[in-house]
Structure formats: C-alpha cells, structure tokens
Design a protein around this ligand. Structure first.
Ligand code: OFO
Length: 165
C-alpha cells in the first residue's frame, strides 16, 4: 500500500508526465510548421515516451491499491520565438522532471517505502538518457552554428542523437 503522501506525489508526477507529453506535442507541431521535420519527428517520439511514463506511474498507483487520477493538462506553450528556444525549454523541462523524481525518492526514503523507491529506479535511469539527449541537441547549436544553412543542418542531426548507457 501507498501512504497518502506518496500517492499524492505520484499523482502529481502523473500530471507532470502528461504535461511533458503535451509540451513535446506542441514542440512537434511548431517544428513541423517551421520546416524542421526531423526535430518534429524527434518531439513526436518524445511525446509518446512521456505518455508511456505517465501510464507506467498510473498503473503503479493502481497496482498498489491507490487512486490514480487522470490529470487535467493546461497551459501548454504553443508558440516559440526561435528554433533554439524549443530545445532550451526541452532541457529545462527534463532537468525539472529529474528534480521532481529526486524529491519523490527522498520522500520514499524518509518513509522507508522501499517498494516505490525501487520502482522509481527505472525513471532515474531514464532521466539520465533524457537529459543527455536534450543537452546534446542543444549543443548542436554551438557545434554547427545557426548561420546560413546551420539550422537546417542542426535539424538533420537532432534525430540521430544516440545514447549508450
Ligand atoms: Fe522525460 O520525463 Fe518522463 O519521466
């Protein structure tokens, strides 16, 4: 069973994952509208992964006899000023998500909820990859540069970022 506190934290995380999924979908749309097709595909994929994270947490709460809450999602940013801003937001969002998982893990430790703590390990590892990919994507702006056909070149590379754990 889950304590009321851990259940609440997990439900908050479910909402955050739903928000991330919607955020990435908005990024996929913006990139597509602005001719960045590879990045659009990349963000579509990210959106799908966040949806999976949401469902994984959702199912866990139910498996543990808790009350999983289907979240309201609002306040999704639809407009970006620059291509680069999309990637800055993506990295900021992933760093915030990692912090959020750390907070839940700390609460689990305090309560000696080692079952949930163990469950969270999968997400910790996943965040390592997510942060890596977001950081690498943003670095392309420095490595390649935005001048001339730079943004077009950056777009082509975004989808090729590999992570070997
Ligand atoms: Fe990329 O955030 Fe989910 O876990």
């Amino acid at each position: 069973l889950l304590s009321a506190d851990i259940e609440m934290l997990l439900n908050q995380q479910i909402k955050k994952e739903a928000h991330s999924s919607a955020m990435y979908l908005a990024m996929a749309s913006w990139c597509n509208q602005n001719g960045f097709d590879y990045s659009s595909d990349y963000f579509f994929k990210q959106s799908g992964e966040e949806r999976e994270h949401q469902l994984k947490l959702f199912k866990y709460v139910l498996d543990m006899g808790g009350r999983a809450i289907s979240p309201d999602v609002n306040g999704i940013k639809q407009e970006y000023t620059t291509f680069r801003e999309v990637f800055e937001d993506a990295l900021d969002a992933e760093v915030a998500i990692t912090q959020s998982f750390k907070n839940i893990a700390a609460a689990c430790m305090k309560e000696q909820d080692f079952v949930t703590f163990e469950f969270l390990n999968w997400f910790m590892k996943e965040q390592r990859e997510e942060e890596y990919k977001a950081r690498r994507a943003l670095e392309l702006f420095e490595v390649i540069g935005e001048e001339g056909t730079g943004r077009w070149e950056i777009d082509k590379h975004v989808n090729k970022i590999k992570y070997d754990s």
